[in-house]
Design a protein around this ligand. Structure first.
Ligand SMILES: [Zn+2]
Length: 256
């Protein structure tokens, strides 16, 4: 497959998958099934016709409103579809037509769901992270990063977040966000191995601090404002999964 054909093919697959991820993002935090019933308008609950369900196209054709009740369709729908298409194309370019690509596409899809749900609800559902840990471990037998590195990665990811959790309880006397981040970083660890997991933690903290400072400076929040750490970690994990090795190589070159 040439690069151009591959980009088009995987972007198209990404659009279709993104449409399904929207269902997960809407229903998982509400404790509803992701396979039944079929897609409905979030406002009037009318089942959608097939032509109202075409990624990007339907949103544009309907001008962002339900055909019958005219309620606004959340901008999240076309954004998640476009982002998934872009992520799949980037994954293809970074990894190529190899068995690892299938694993990394699944990983990217899970990260997009975690990103969006944490941003909106401040939770990282166990229904994504716990199966993710098992799938990542199984895939590591035979593919990168290999079972040993995956196990160490999972322990490093979960361990660092657990330390942060206990430090928070100790110094602030309250429980922080919960253990969702711990399970999420265990999942990232088994998919990426320990080096890229450390990179994910560094990048995620950096992105979180950057946004935190911006929130303070623009007066949109204060020191007590909650930030969705899982959202930053998701973005960081995706960056690490596509170009983490180059970032680590570049970082090392600064000290040689
Ligand atoms: Zn409607």
């Amino acid at each position: 497959m040439t690069d151009a054909v591959g980009i088009v093919v995987f972007a198209a697959i990404g659009l279709a998958v993104g449409s399904f991820l929207n269902v997960c993002i809407h229903r998982l935090p509400r404790g509803r099934s992701i396979v039944w019933p079929s897609s409905r308008c979030a406002a009037c609950d009318r089942p959608l016709a097939w032509y109202e369900n075409i990624p990007l196209v339907s949103y544009a054709a309907l001008r962002g409103r339900c055909r019958t009740c005219h309620a606004r369709i959340a901008l999240r729908y076309p954004i998640v579809e476009a982002v998934t298409a872009a992520a799949f194309a980037v994954d293809y370019l970074a990894i190529g037509w190899t068995p690892l690509l299938a694993v990394r596409l699944l990983f990217a899809a899970m990260l997009i769901v975690l990103f969006a749900i944490d941003l909106e609800h401040f939770i990282l559902p166990d229904l994504i992270t716990i199966p993710g840990i098992f799938v990542g471990l199984v895939c590591a037998f035979g593919l990168r990063p290999g079972p040993t590195d995956a196990a160490i990665g999972g322990l490093v990811g979960a361990g660092v977040l657990l330390l942060l959790f206990f430090a928070w309880v100790l110094f602030r006397g309250v429980e922080p966000l919960g253990l969702g981040d711990v399970k999420m970083m265990a999942m990232v660890g088994v998919f990426l191995g320990w080096k890229l997991t450390v990179l994910t933690l560094v990048l995620g903290s950096f992105l979180g601090s950057l946004v935190g400072v911006l929130v303070l400076l623009t007066g949109r929040g204060n020191m007590r404002s909650q930030l969705p750490f899982g959202t930053f970690l998701s973005l960081a994990a995706f960056i690490a999964s596509v170009c983490g090795d180059s970032i680590i190589a570049w970082y090392r070159s600064l000290y040689v």
